[in-house]
Ligand binder design. Structure first.
Ligand SMILES: Cc1cc2nc3c(=O)[nH]c(=O)nc-3n(C[C@H](O)[C@H](O)[C@H](O)COP(=O)(O)OP(=O)(O)OC[C@H]3O[C@@H](n4cnc5c(N)ncnc54)[C@H](O)[C@@H]3O)c2cc1C
Length: 702
């Protein structure tokens, strides 16, 4: 797939891509792939859950990056999400949502491509009658959706002439027939007699309303109870696996199906949207919707419903399943429906880099994190200092690999990560000298320019820096800093461009019984979602997730990190500095907020704080930084030095300052990528690569 993320217009595709409803999401997935050349379609998994759907709508609107939305599939989800899109003026194409009335109050921002359930109910009863049945009952699968649909079928009988001489009635098969009502003329000629199903052994047809899994269950129950008449299932059952779930019917079984098949409606919506955006990628809102109408293969009413006659319902036989298929399908779907290959928990820079690497390898990936706009992750507040030298050989390996993967190439051009070359100094004391010498040799061996500078050279070259207590410094002329939120976004976009799904939710628990071939990931909101492997990149949130080795205090401890931006002429020309002697760090701020200032940070001793961050510091914080960091940058003590602004965030620290990176134990399906101890940005590209390799290894194990 081309690197399209930066240039193409974006469309959000929302549907159930995992869980029991995922078979419907496959229509959207296939179309997104087919029409992915002119539009960058990004897939959001609502799992068919209304609350998740609403959260997705809020995340999509908050991001403000999408020209339009295709989906939602699930009508309850659509009802929850549509007001959010409407308020933002974001166009929505509904290819599969059939609930009547969804477009009321849509203010012309929606187009529905499929027929609705009211028409389905009327057409279904007519088809039952046309098939020669004279007695029919209506039942449902117990879901709110099925119940609503059954009510529509009952209502359909009340639509037409008040007095139909046939006396035909429609009743709810789940209870005694009360309030018999006349049926429309179309249904009453010849008469259609609908009786109370439980007692009506002589019923020749049963209408079953509901989801495909639930309706199949009801069908099996009726058959087991001796029903030999014809089944009529509503449209959710028009999917391949329904026949397998139902098993061989003892009588005829028919299913309602959008005329032309659901895939045709999905395809038509994607085709028109793609054509409209290909013609003018800058189109948005009503202008875009007008262009979609112009490119559509059908007409729409002013409110956005398909024009009468352009869509409709067919009733087709449920195929007899091949005997061997049912168990296979059941295994593929599992108890909770379709699973992911890998779920990556956390969408900071590490999780996003991991998801990108996995998706590029063709794994079916979901990136799960709360996407409610709260910036409660370290990446949002990170200072972004980047270099290849680290005193710890293990971290140095990761930093060097990251240089090769990301920072080195980015330094050669205005790269995607907002990388700025400033040069970097790591100031070393006597105790650090040995690793400094080794490190410089390693960097040079890997083609990264680096040298050891003695204090005399340092003092002469950087007059704004005090060299007290410094034995030597590792100088990397090509190092600098990058933009952490932007970097995470770039990785996330790459993951999405390669087919990863976003699942906005908080993970409460991982359930990975020994020997099981899947991990159950318990979400809030929503039910469980399953994957063959999980990468835990939840930063400061790691300990709050139950069911893995780092639950609770074993994760390490969270700690605050703060820095300010200061302006003083003596800071001009200073490079990025990390001081291993005193612990302070700093860098020039070359663009954006506080441009022209110099960042200075000083470690604080505030532990076990909740994840989060702020774009402000108190006077006390500022004074603390100035006082401590003035030993290295004496101009900070000058009252003329202006404070330009500051940030604070939280990261997860491990006792040994080394991350948890790798499987939590050799047989586990959980891969850890957390505990970066205030230094995980520069190594994130390599961390993501390694975590992805471990997860692929888990998949390779079966
Ligand atoms: C102020 C500050 C300055 C820093 N400066 C530097 C620097 O200059 N150079 C450097 O290399 N490093 C720096 N760091 C460290 C670096 O930014 C972090 O180590 C790195 O960003 C961690 O990335 P991450 O993806 O592991 O975690 P995070 O960015 O914290 O992301 C964690 C993700 O997990 C999600 N999550 C949490 N709990 C749950 C849950 N229950 N369910 C689902 N999702 C969950 C969060 O929403 C988030 O998406 C700094 C850190 C801070 C705070």
């Amino acid at each position: 797939m081309p690197e399209v993320a930066e240039v193409l217009p974006r469309g959000a595709v929302v549907g159930p891509f995992s869980g029991p409803r995922a078979v419907w999401g496959e229509h959207l997935e296939r179309a997104a792939e087919r029409y992915g050349t002119a539009v960058n379609w990004e897939l959001y998994d609502d799992r068919g859950e209304a609350e998740t759907a609403r959260q997705i709508a809020e995340a999509v609107v908050a991001e403000g990056r999408h020209a339009l939305v295709v989906g939602h599939f699930n009508s309850a989800g659509a009802a929850a999400a549509l007001p959010v899109y409407r308020a933002a003026g974001l166009p929505v194409l509904l290819p599969l949502a059939t609930t009547p009335g969804l477009l009321a109050d849509s203010a012309g921002t929606l187009l529905r491509w499929c027929p609705d359930d009211r028409a389905q109910a009327v057409d279904l009863l007519a088809a039952v009658r046309d098939a020669g049945h004279t007695r029919v009952a209506v039942t449902h699968d117990g879901s709110a959706y099925g119940e609503r649909l059954a009510q529509l079928v009952r209502d359909a009988s009340r639509l037409a002439r008040p007095a139909v001489p046939s006396g035909a009635v429609v009743s709810d098969g789940s209870g005694p027939a009360t309030g018999a009502v006349p049926v429309p003329a179309a249904l009453a000629e010849p008469s259609l007699d609908v009786v109370d199903a439980p007692s009506g052994r002589d019923v020749t047809a049963l209408v079953v309303c509901g989801t495909h899994v639930g309706a199949a269950r009801v069908g099996r129950e009726w058959r087991a109870a001796g029903f030999t008449g014809a089944f009529w299932f509503t449209d959710d059952c028009a999917v391949d696996e329904f026949a397998e779930l139902l098993g061989a019917p003892s009588g005829a079984a028919s299913v309602a199906r959008m005329r032309g098949g659901p895939e045709a409606h999905v395809d038509a919506a994607f085709a028109a949207a793609t054509a409209a955006l290909a013609e003018d990628p800058g189109r948005t809102g009503r202008t875009l919707l007008a262009a979609v109408r112009a490119h559509a293969d059908r007409g729409f009413t002013a409110s956005g419903e398909p024009e009468a006659g352009s869509v409709g319902w067919d009733f087709v036989p449920v195929p007899v399943p091949a005997a061997a298929e049912a168990p296979n399908r059941a295994r593929a779907g599992g108890r909770h429906g379709r699973a992911y290959d890998v779920i990556v928990v956390g969408a900071g820079v590490v999780g996003s880099a991991t998801a990108s690497a996995l998706a590029r390898h063709g794994a079916r990936v979901a990136l799960v994190a709360p996407m409610d706009g709260r910036q409660d992750h370290a990446t949002a507040w990170s200072g972004g200092l980047v270099r290849s030298f680290e005193a710890d050989p293990y971290l140095r390996g990761l930093a060097l690999r990251s240089h090769r993967l990301a920072w080195g190439p980015a330094a050669l051009a205005p790269g995607p990560y907002g990388f700025m070359t400033t040069g970097s100094l790591v100031l070393c004391g006597d105790a650090d000298l040995e690793q400094a010498e080794k490190g410089v040799a390693e960097l040079n061996g890997a083609g990264v320019p680096a040298e050891l500078l003695d204090p005399g050279v340092l003092g002469a070259r950087f007059p704004g820096l005090s060299v007290d207590g410094v034995t030597a410094a590792v100088w990397e002329p090509e190092a600098g800093y990058a933009d952490p939120p932007r970097t995470a976004r770039v990785y996330r976009d790459r993951a999405l461009a390669h087919g990863a799904r976003l699942l906005p939710a908080r993970v409460r628990e991982l359930d990975a019984p020994p020997g099981a071939d899947r991990v159950r990931v318990l979400l809030e909101p929503g039910g469980p979602v399953e994957a063959r492997a999980v990468v835990l990149a939840a930063g400061g949130g790691t300990g709050e997730i139950a069911g893995h080795r780092l639950s609770g205090a074993d994760a390490g401890r969270t700690k605050s990190i703060r820095y300010g931006f200061f302006h003083h002429p003596a800071a001009a020309g200073l490079p990025t500095v990390v001081d291993m002697v005193s612990g302070v760090w700093g860098r020039p701020q070359l663009y954006g907020e506080a441009a022209g200032g110099y960042m200075a940070g000083r470690p604080v001793d505030e532990w076990d704080v909740p994840p989060g961050g702020l774009a402000t510091l108190t006077d006390e914080h500022v004074a603390y930084i100035r006082t401590g960091a003035a030993a290295r940058w004496p101009w900070l003590a000058d009252p003329a030095t202006r404070f330009l602004g500051g940030r604070q965030g939280v990261d997860l620290y491990t006792p040994h300052s080394r991350p948890h990176l790798g499987r939590e134990h050799p047989d586990s399906r959980i891969v850890l990528a957390t505990g970066w101890s205030g230094a995980g940005f520069k190594t994130a590209p390599a961390a993501g690569e390694l975590a992805a390799a471990e997860a692929l290894d888990v998949l390779g194990d079966g």
